[in-house]
Design a protein around this ligand. Structure first.
Ligand code: GDP
Ligand code: IMO
Ligand code: MG
Length: 424
């Protein structure tokens, strides 16, 4: 039995889903614990490509149980769509998917608020996915959110919805000068969702506790990445949840002492989608080459991802705040055709060298990366199945990443499919 948490060590899209899929082989249960449909998790199996936003990627494996924990903000329309898509591919979720009764629901007004708040920003926009994530977590913290279980009690649901609609309509009409929204339409739509979701809604904390006591293995599938964490990331250019490993406890109801391993997934370089500081970003042809070779386009919004060199300062922060037991380095193959490769080992800020990421985003945005330059390996790695089969220069690069981030590497990924994985 093992309880493992997989988190992103950078700004999301590190290839968490590929690593979770690989590790699911040895797990019984896969759990999402934070975020919502802002996540885009890609798994490639043979010629088939799956992109998940809400359902844990473990669902592809027959017989595995998947849980959407209390920390997730759930958009029922996205979930039901995902369920239908899976059914079309012959994957049934019935009896294998549990949704926490305490998970909060993303409502249409959350998505609209996400959009109008972004549009009305005078300063730099966050560049959210517009999936209603921030507004939904705002209501959760304000103790006016609507939870999955509320959908099952018509009277309770109507009361909570009415209160929310009244308040949101004040905001829409008086602050943003927009039309009021129709609460009745939302009521009937969500009542229908409630009936469709009824068989899946459960006390998942009790379920998990019993499963752990029975010795079953649990894998936690993080969404987003450490630098998008609400507390430890590049605030305010972050998402609205705790993406770090600690979030797995709060977002599922499992205790911290139960966790055996925390695996940080990191790209062999860095990418970011949305706005905010990114010291190693390459706004030149090298950055474009990484984007094109790596096909760095968002799995949720299709936006081009910003690309740059590996930032050891950032991943060392991830090691610290997650208590990583190891790193899974993905997309090594994307660097196959670069003659030289840079690693950021420190930042220069106002004439000083700093080796820890500054908490202030304004300071971070003024930091210049200090690089050390490594020889590229200039040969194809996607066929490598062991460290020995990797070129010497690639091995040396990986060793340097481990050294600088003060972790060990447990997995190296050299392509999107399951078999393109090297376990150390
Ligand atoms: P996630 O959000 O962290 O799960 O990552 P995404 O699915 O958003 O983006 C990662 C992308 O990289 C997906 O298209 C994966 O199929 C792909 N991928 C994962 N590992 C590798 C790898 O080692 N090499 C390459 N070339 N692609 C990979
Ligand atoms: P996965 O799980 C990459 C980014 C958005 C934006 C910021 C806030 O696929 O790694 P939000 O909609 O959450 O309020 O947006 O966070 N973001 C992600 N970037 N991968 C993700 O998820 C992301 N989820 C949110 O681009 O900058
Ligand atoms: Mg993604």
């Amino acid at each position: 039995m093992a309880i493992k948490v997989v988190v992103g060590s950078q700004w999301g899209d590190e290839g968490k889903a590929k690593i979770v899929d690989y590790l699911t082989e040895e797990a019984d249960i896969v759990v999402r614990f934070q975020g919502g449909a802002n996540a885009g998790h890609t798994v490639v199996i043979g010629k088939e490509k799956f992109v998940f936003h809400l359902i844990p990627t473990g669902i592809i494996h027959p017989d595995k149980i998947c849980i959407i924990g209390n920390g997730v903000v759930l958009d029922p329309a996205v979930l039901l769509d995902e369920k239908e898509n899976l059914a079309g591919k012959g994957i049934r979720v019935e009896g294998r998917l549990l949704i926490s009764e305490n998970s909060h629901l993303v409502m249409p007004y959350h998505k609209l608020l996400d959009q109008v708040k972004e549009e009305s920003k005078t300063g730099e926009k966050i560049g959210t996915t517009r999936r209603g994530i921030g507004p939904c977590y705002t209501d959760k913290a304000a103790r006016m959110g609507i939870r999955a279980a509320d959908l099952l009690d018509e009277e309770l649901f109507r009361g909570k919805l009415t209160q929310n609609i009244q308040e949101k309509n004040e905001v829409f009409t008086k602050i943003y000068g927009r039309e009021a929204i129709d609460g009745e339409k939302i009521f009937s739509e969500y009542r229908e969702f409630g009936e469709m979701l009824r068989p899946f809604i459960a006390d998942t904390s009790v379920f998990l506790d019993q499963a752990v006591k029975q010795g079953r293995s649990v894998l936690f599938e993080g969404a987003q990445g450490t630098l998008l964490d609400m507390d430890h990331g590049t605030y305010p250019f972050v998402t609205s949840s705790n993406t770090v490993a600690g979030g797995a406890c709060a977002g599922s109801g499992i205790g911290p002492t139960q966790i055996d391993e925390v695996i940080g997934v990191t790209k062999a370089y860095t990418s970011r989608v949305g706005n905010g500081p990114f010291p190693t970003e390459l706004k030149d042809t090298t950055g474009e080459k990484i984007r094109e070779v790596g096909q760095e386009y968002g799995a949720t919004t299709g936006r081009p991802r910003r690309c740059g060199w590996f930032d050891a300062i950032a991943v060392r922060l991830a090691n610290r705040v997650n208590g990583l037991t190891s790193l899974a380095v993905t997309r090594l193959d994307v660097l196959d055709s670069f003659a030289t490769i840079n690693i950021c080992t420190a930042y220069r800020y106002k004439g000083n060298t700093i080796e820890d990421m500054p908490a202030d985003s304004k300071v971070l945005s003024q930091c210049e990366p200090v690089y050390e330059t490594w020889d590229g390996w200039m040969c194809a790695t996607p066929e490598a199945r062991s460290m020995r089969q990797l070129p010497d220069a690639a091995r040396a690069y990986l060793e340097r990443i481990a050294e600088l981030t003060q972790t060990k590497i447990s997995i190296v990924s050299v392509g999107p499919s399951r078999e393109q994985t090297i376990e150390l």
